[in-house]
Write a protein that binds this ligand. Structure first.
Ligand code: NAD
Length: 367
């Protein structure tokens, strides 16, 4: 699917629908409320499989078109993530324009909740960058179409441990693809980013006897992880070039690029970070040519989405974990698809998602 090219015309010639033709989004809602200062965009990409689910990001955007582009790009990603995870969910995302530190209020979040409610369940929201569980409690005062609520309110709580479990499953499947068996004992794994997901991932890897190398910008978390898991701390400059078996990016997006890929010595790249490839085709192909097994990010990190989906259908932690385990098989299936079609695994995962959506379109063609 083509990227959206809004920047090709000067602001005075900004043609919204022309930009949208290339993206095939179903619906885009612009939400405006002067009293609370709410300016939000809800982008619903595709609801063939079910209601569009995706978090609400609150961010200060210098240009409004950047907010539109973010909402369109992220909602498309949610469609693929849900489709590959086998969920009956479509893809959507919301963006609130504003500084979350200074411009957020109960009134703003509840007004946003009313806009969500007006979509009658076609869009289900959740927390994302710049919004919190508390914000979702406010949204929930105005609509039931919200997930990611605290356990005390019947929700699934923090999805990070489930995301970490799915990432661990994806690492094991990728190891099986690369080495013929999925045992990680004695393997050297470099984890970049020891946040909510990275920490839980270290727990799983440590339990299996992995030799851990870690990097982060947060010195204190590095010290804690070194003490707890016997991990070796390395600098951010060093981590790409380490002589390790597996590299697990769990911090930022865009880190697989022209600068970093030539440094890698690993046989597997498998981590939780979103949008790891700076360019899906160019950098996905370089990884393929280097013979590295790459676990597509939106496949391996779907545990969090599976967790909130489970909340939507009546939360049971065991069911969320069991469904997350299936990431192992999905990673193997996508590797086979990529090898058979001689394409990179990221593109194979997108094709896998599109096939499921197209198949279900046929199913839904009659009542
Ligand atoms: P987090 O904010 O808790 O942790 C991110 C970690 O990365 C922090 O420790 C931070 O210090 C570190 N970091 C930031 N900038 C860095 C840099 N330049 N170099 C190295 N480390 C840096 O986030 P998280 O919830 O653990 O998520 C990690 C990644 O996984 C993100 O890309 C996120 O989008 C993705 N993800 C998370 C979930 C989830 O359930 N939390 C689900 C799907 C995808």
């Amino acid at each position: 699917m083509a990227e959206i090219q809004f920047e090709t015309k000067p602001a005075t010639q900004f043609e919204l629908f022309a930009g949208l033709e290339s993206t095939s989004h179903e619906q885009i809602v612009f939400c405006q409320d002067n009293a609370t200062g709410l300016k939000a965009i809800i982008a619903i990409h595709n609801t063939v499989l079910g209601p569009g689910l995706g978090g609400t990001r609150m961010w200060y955007y210098e240009h409004e078109k950047d907010a539109v582009r973010d909402a369109l790009r992220l909602s498309r990603g949610m469609t693929y993530k849900a489709a590959v995870a086998g969920l009956n969910l479509g893809g959507a995302k919301a963006v609130i324009i504003g500084d979350p530190k200074t411009q957020k209020s109960e009134a703003l979040m509840r007004k946003f909740g009313r806009f969500v409610n007006n979509l009658n369940g076609k869009y289900i929201t959740a927390e994302d960058v710049g919004t919190t569980t508390k914000d979702m409690e406010y949204v929930n005062m105005e609509t039931e179409h919200v997930v990611g609520l605290p356990e005390s309110m019947g929700g699934g709580g923090d999805p990070s441990p489930v995301t970490a479990y799915g990432t661990y499953m994806g690492i094991k499947a990728s190891a099986k693809q690369a080495y013929g068996n999925d045992s990680l004992a004695g393997k050297k794994v470099a984890v970049m980013g020891i946040g909510k997901v990275g920490w839980h991932l270290l727990e799983y890897l440590h339990k299996e006897g992995v030799k851990l190398f870690i990097a982060d910008i947060n010195e204190s978390i590095l010290k804690q992880a070194a003490d707890e898991f016997g991990a070796t701390v390395v600098s951010l400059g060093e981590i790409y070039g380490l002589d390790v078996d597996i590299f697990a990016p769990c911090a930022l997006g865009g880190i697989l690029n022209d600068q970093t890929l030539p440094q890698l010595k690993c046989s597997v790249i498998a981590g939780a970070a979103n949008n790891q490839l700076e360019d899906e085709t160019i950098h996905g192909n370089i990884i393929k040519e280097k013979g590295i097994v790459y676990a597509p990010d939106f496949v391996i990190n779907a545990g969090g989405l599976i967790n909130v989906y489970s909340e939507y259908t009546g939360y049971v932690r065991e069911r969320a974990m069991a469904q997350t385990e299936s990431i192992y098989q999905t990673i193997l299936d996508i590797n086979k698809l990529a090898i058979d079609a001689n394409i990179n695994t990221q593109i194979a995962a997108i094709k896998h998602a599109e096939k499921r959506i197209n198949d279900m379109m046929l199913v839904h063609s009659t009542y």
